[in-house]
Design a binder for this molecule. Structure first.
Ligand code: PLP
Length: 295
């Protein structure tokens, strides 16, 4: 019952019939050295990860996160993770951490040590930041060119654009650029002016009463939170759609949100320095729904 919590995992092959994984988990003191200097995750950012929220002891959207990890592994030509083992690792970690509050649980699969025999995997749980204020007040956003045209991921799959890799230096630089320009966060655009996603979030807009998100593609992650948001909106009788969205449509949208697993839904309240309309009542209802998920 303590945080942070760290678990090293010996990955087993995806097709292994093993059912008891306890001997593949090694609990670590979070302050103890755990990775080798030759780790390709630290040397080259060569690995993949997921972050899910644990709310009052409930890990949220475990299956969509595991399935996205497996998809990232396929794109990066890493050994495909054994879903049963990751389910067991998450359940084990959740049983060892506090059952109250919001916790960010990150799990990583790295290509391992250079010339080493096997990939490296671990899971790390830490208290989530307090997002109460940003959920209530929203975020000021700038648009930034991602440097690729639409279709780049399909033309150049080696860019690994649709994988959630550990190489987030560019994503963090985009957030620093937003701060430099007096904003909080960023929406990436293709060079030909289509909305992509945030550096750590999906973008959802309301256009003429319909909820729209850019279609997940080789270049845009399929957000687990955005999928939950669409489930919620559909259940309310709202129309939802995946499609291309232009910058012009973003500028004229009725409302827009950045959504992600731990911060959840935040309203865009300014876009490129101009005030932007927000639907805070819906944001509040949505976050209540997202926090209430128990699976
Ligand atoms: N897009 C990117 C680039 C992300 O890093 C994230 C989350 O970290 C998302 C979208 C949102 O995904 P999720 O809702 O599954 O957290």
């Amino acid at each position: 019952m303590r945080l942070p919590f760290t678990l090293l995992i010996d990955p087993v092959p995806a097709d292994s019939l093993q059912q008891d994984f306890s001997d593949t988990f090694h609990e670590m003191e979070s302050t103890a050295p755990a990775l080798r200097v030759g780790e390709l995750s630290t040397q080259r950012g060569d690995g993949i990860f997921e972050t899910l929220a644990v709310v009052d002891g409930h890990p949220q959207e475990v299956e969509p996160h595991i399935s996205r990890l497996r998809n990232s592994a396929r794109i990066c030509e890493l050994p495909v993770p054994n879903a049963e083992q990751w389910r067991a690792a998450i359940a084990y970690a959740v049983s060892r951490i506090p059952q109250r509050g919001e916790i960010a649980l990150k799990f990583v699969l790295s290509r391992g040590v250079e010339h080493g025999p096997a990939p490296t995997a671990w899971l790390h749980a830490a208290a989530a930041s307090d997002f109460t204020a940003v959920r209530a007040n929203g975020v000021r956003v700038i648009t930034l060119d991602r440097g690729y045209p639409r279709g780049a991921a399909e033309k150049a799959p080696w860019l690994l654009m649709g994988a959630k890799t550990l190489s987030y230096a560019v994503n963090m630089a985009a957030i620093r650029e937003a701060h430099r320009r007096g904003a909080d966060d960023t929406i990436f655009l293709t060079t030909d002016g289509f909305v992509m996603e945030g550096p750590t979030s999906s973008v959802v807009l309301r256009i003429n009463g319909e909820y729209v998100t850019p279609a997940p593609s080789g270049a845009i992650l399929h957000g687990t939170t955005q999928q939950s948001m669409f489930d919620y909106l559909r259940a309310q009788g709202s129309r939802v759609e995946y499609r291309d969205v232009t910058l012009k449509e973003l500028r004229h949208a009725d409302a827009a949100w950045l959504v992600s697993s731990v911060r959840l839904a935040v309203s865009v309240v300014a876009l490129d320095g101009e005030p932007f309309p927000a639907d805070q009542a819906l944001t509040d209802a949505l976050n209540a729904y997202l926090l209430g998920r128990t699976a």
